[in-house]
Design a protein around this ligand. Structure first.
Ligand code: NAP
Ligand code: G4F
Length: 371
């Protein structure tokens, strides 16, 4: 029998320029008929870096994956197009419109989809930008988490919940390396919002017995990282400089130190947290810390460029208050989850640089053809 489970993915399906006849066919597909036996996950922020890697991982593990996506005047599904494609080919990935600022929508989504696991990755995730749009950031990252927790609680279903917490919460660090016990001292509207969301997650676990976990994730990067985060900004610029497409790279604080890992490794930890007998909070990190300057040296050196010839400091990239040093101790995650980072600093820098060289080569061809 034909089952139109939800009006949401019909809307998105049709926007992808498929016909309604196609959509009806999709609804009759065998996987959809057997949908109830698969584990179902909802990912907020599915169009982001982590959302795309997590969706891939959960599909590989046999889940039915629903991604919450914001309405936008232009499509921004570039990171998931390769797994979304035509629903006839991949009917286990669905998209649904929603927004963390809209609580009634979140309730409808939870009630319609009835997920077993919810991964809350949606956020205004840029720390510098959070100083420019603090209210939106706190509304999405802080209150948005509470709205989602409330939608889950009021659904009365045994949903397992993952919250994308951040090492940015440690801010002005009081000890190094940072562990699950290190106190928080956030230094940005983003960090403050994430602390609020962290404690709401803990409170829903303690007050309502919700299976809710915080992953305190240190910086993680990939070729899919947004281009205004420092790693991608450096690799994009170095690749373009190498090919003569750009002359300079303007950066802010080169002395800040971060514990940089690979996003593909980190999403595995998210899933593992929700497969344990008890909910808990975990630091996820490599344990190594490097300065922005070291990242610049690594990338430019890899491309045989002298970085000092190209990099200039522009104070507009300084932050009103900075997080100087992050270095995580993920020994609890190793002990309990059996998780550890596989990709190290140099391999990560080179992986992203290689990917950006491919993009720059395409840009070079386009430029030459246009000339
Ligand atoms: P990202 O690439 O910036 O992705 C953020 C996602 O959130 C995007 O899909 C974005 O949608 C969505 N989003 C933004 N505002 C929203 C709203 N109001 N309602 C619904 N969705 C919204 O971030 P990421 O690097 O994948 O990070 C994933 C999560 O982990 C975030 O919560 C981030 O704060 C946290 N985190 C990241 C790191 C890291 O190093 N990457 C470390 C610690 C914690 P659009 O595509 O429409 O913008
Ligand atoms: O790459 P960033 O913008 O990442 P940041 O601020 O550490 O935040 C990222 O990691 C957090 C986890 O700790 C996440 F929660 C958050 O969502 C995000 O993914 O900046 C890294 C460092 C900063 O100290 C910044 O001041 O690089 C420094 N930096 C120097 N020049 C720059 C630049 N950052 C950016 N974005 N652009 C610059 O030109």
């Amino acid at each position: 029998m034909l089952r139109l489970k939800t009006t949401f993915d019909a809307g998105i399906y049709l926007e992808k320029k498929k016909s309604f006849v196609d959509y009806l066919q999709f609804c009759k597909s065998p996987v959809r008929e057997a949908g109830d036996v698969m584990r179902k996950a909802l990912i907020t922020g599915v169009t982001g870096q982590d959302g795309s890697y997590l969706a891939e991982l959960l599909l590989e593990k046999g889940y039915e994956v629903w991604g919450l996506m914001r309405r936008s005047s232009s499509f921004h599904t570039g990171r998931i197009d390769h797994i979304y494609k035509d629903p006839h080919e991949h009917p286990r990935l669905r998209l649904v419109y929603g927004d963390l600022t809209d609580g009634s929508n979140l309730s409808s989504v939870i009630n319609e989809i009835q997920p077993d696991e919810v991964y809350n990755l949606g956020a205004q995730s840029h720390v510098r930008v959070s100083f420019d749009i603090p209210i939106f950031t706190v509304n999405t990252d802080g209150l948005g988490t509470l709205r989602l927790l409330e939608a889950i609680r009021s659904s009365n279903r045994p949903v397992r919940f993952y919250q994308a917490s951040s090492s940015e919460m440690y801010g002005k660090v009081v000890e190094t390396p940072q562990t699950e016990k290190t106190p928080f001292h956030p230094r940005s509207p983003y960090g403050c919002a994430k602390v609020y969301a962290f404690w709401q997650t803990v409170n829903y676990r303690e007050a309502y017995n919700l299976f809710a976990c915080n992953g305190i994730m240190f910086n993680h990067e990939s070729p899919r990282r947004g281009e205004t985060f420092v790693t991608r900004k450096i690799t994009r610029a170095a690749a373009r400089i190498k090919l003569g497409l750009q002359d300079k790279l303007y950066l802010g604080n080169l002395d800040a130190r971060r514990d940089w890992g690979f996003a593909g490794d980190y999403v595995e930890a998210m899933r593992l947290m929700l497969q344990q007998d008890e909910p808990d909070d975990y630091v996820i990190a490599t344990g190594e810390s490097h300065s922005v300057r070291e990242f610049v040296e690594e990338v430019f050196g890899y491309l045989d460029l002298k970085w000092a010839d190209y990099v200039e400091i522009d104070p507009r990239y300084f932050r009103p208050s900075e997080v100087d040093l992050l270095q995580g101790d993920a020994s609890k995650a190793k002990r309990v989850l059996g998780w550890e980072a596989k990709v190290g600093f140099r391999e990560l820098a080179r992986m992203i640089t290689d990917a950006d060289m491919k993009i720059a080569r395409r840009e070079k061809i386009i430029e030459e053809q246009g000339a």
